[in-house]
Design a protein around this ligand. Structure first.
Ligand SMILES: NC(=O)c1ccc[n+]([C@@H]2O[C@H](COP(=O)([O-])OP(=O)(O)OC[C@H]3O[C@@H](n4cnc5c(N)ncnc54)[C@H](OP(=O)(O)O)[C@@H]3O)[C@@H](O)[C@H]2O)c1
Length: 386
């Protein structure tokens, strides 16, 4: 089995390479952003045929370093797309952060391969368009996000041979996404005025990249996941609930019309979701430590505080409105999170800025991917959160 790993130097990417090694998969192509030190080590270990770095200077440095290896090195956004021309893969794992992952997802979809999708921003910005391209080209998306993998696994449990989710939707009352609550769970708006980026990066249960960790703290991540679930499983916003579950043992649940609930559980370790996206419909041994139920802490559940953390409400509104709203939501969130990480704005301003941008930009319905990326670019060029 040949796989392409996009974003191989990140949290998802490094764990994907662990899984690939464990499963004995052949890594044919990899991409990274700037981290050429780690990328070089990965290339020497996994021996892909072609690699790309989005940062052109980093790509030049990498080329110098790996002149002794028979590997093609490409650079820039176009360079990542070249990987799909130069190599053939069966599965593409997309662990790139942000909208930068969108064109690579489209390129993979056009090749008709399995896309193990971690990059939720893709579905927030262009979920409908991506699904259409996948359908036209016979590509499939298998979720890597732990909540969506959990739902996908629960669905598989009740319907092992059925690929079409539509036929089982009538049996589902709601999808229940669990949320750790992020670094600031329990805090009031007054408490949040002076929190710093380092405070926000202290996630209670998962170790992830900085952008998604801040998204967890604002609950924007959970809002994105509501959109992601709606797109992946064809359900409306009203059928998706969120419950705070601090321990991150239950990764999400399905409630059926008869009030029966299926949950997927494990220690919080992304390698289960990543590996399942690689092996589906089969399962394989993994290095993840099994649950010891008798030594677990009590599993707790609570309602999210949407007065303090409004982001999921904005995301539900975006889901209902559709069109270019997802591109506005994502672009404004990406630049606001970056400004917060650079200590240019305060934490509460992230959600305020996103809301302001959603009010400001008119909705374009039925937007193409190019139009959505134009909207993204315009916001990055013209708007400043500070
Ligand atoms: N981490 C998790 O547990 C987790 C769980 C669920 C979903 N996700 C989703 O998975 C995606 C990746 O998250 P992560 O936590 O793995 O992030 P991360 O640790 O920050 O890694 C991001 C990866 O993307 C690369 N990258 C950054 N900017 C890029 C650009 N402009 N073009 C191409 N590549 C670029 C980075 O390269 P360099 O490091 O070389 O610069 C790195 O390889 C996100 O969409 C996130 O929401 C993550």
């Amino acid at each position: 089995m040949n796989i392409t790993v996009l974003g191989s130097t990140g949290s998802i990417g490094t764990q994907t390479l662990d899984c690939a090694e464990n499963l004995g998969l052949n890594v044919v192509a990899m991409s990274a952003g700037k981290n050429y030190d780690l990328f070089e080590m990965q290339i020497r270990k996994f021996k892909p045929k072609a690699v790309a770095m989005s940062d052109k200077q980093a790509a030049e440095k990498l080329k110098e370093r790996i002149r002794d290896l028979p590997v093609s090195v490409f650079s820039g956004e176009e360079g990542i797309l070249r990987l799909f021309e130069e190599t053939q893969c069966d599965i593409c794992v997309n662990g790139i952060v942000g909208v930068a992952g969108l064109r690579p997802t489209v390129a993979a979809a056009k090749k008709g391969v399995r896309i193990a999708l971690a990059n939720k921003e893709n579905l927030v910005v262009a979920g409908d368009a991506i699904k259409k391209i996948c359908k036209e080209n016979g590509a499939e998306i298998i979720p890597v996000d732990s909540e969506h993998s959990a739902i996908f696994q629960c669905l598989n449990g009740i319907c092992p041979t059925e690929n079409d989710i539509g036929s089982i939707q009538s049996k589902i009352r709601r999808l229940i996404l669990t949320a750790s609550g992020g670094a600031f769970y329990g805090k009031t708006t007054a408490d949040l005025h002076n929190v710093t980026a380092s405070d926000a990066l202290l996630h209670p249960t998962w170790k992830m990249g900085s952008k998604i960790t801040v998204d967890c703290a604002t609950l924007m991540n959970k809002g994105f996941e509501i959109i992601e679930a709606a797109k992946l499983f064809d359900v409306s916003s009203e059928k998706i609930d969120v419950v705070i579950h601090r321990e991150s043992i239950i990764h999400s649940m399905i409630e059926f019309v008869d009030s029966s609930v299926l949950a997927q559980m494990s220690l919080p370790d992304m390698r289960i979701a990543i590996q399942y996206a690689l092996t589906f419909p089969k399962r394989a041994e993994s290095p993840v430590i099994p649950l010891d139920f008798t030594s677990l802490p009590p599993l707790t559940f609570a309602k999210p505080d949407y007065e303090t953390f409004r982001a999921p409400l904005l995301c539900r509104q975006v889901l209902r409105t559709g069109g270019s709203c997802g591109a506005v939501l994502n672009a404004s969130n990406e630049i606001a999170v970056e400004a917060f990480l650079q200590n240019r704005i305060n934490f509460l301003h992230i959600t305020d800025f996103v809301e302001k941008m959603l009010d400001k930009y008119p909705v374009v319905s039925e937007a193409t991917i190019d139009e959505l990326l134009e909207t993204d670019k315009k916001i990055r060029l013209e708007e400043r959160p500070d």
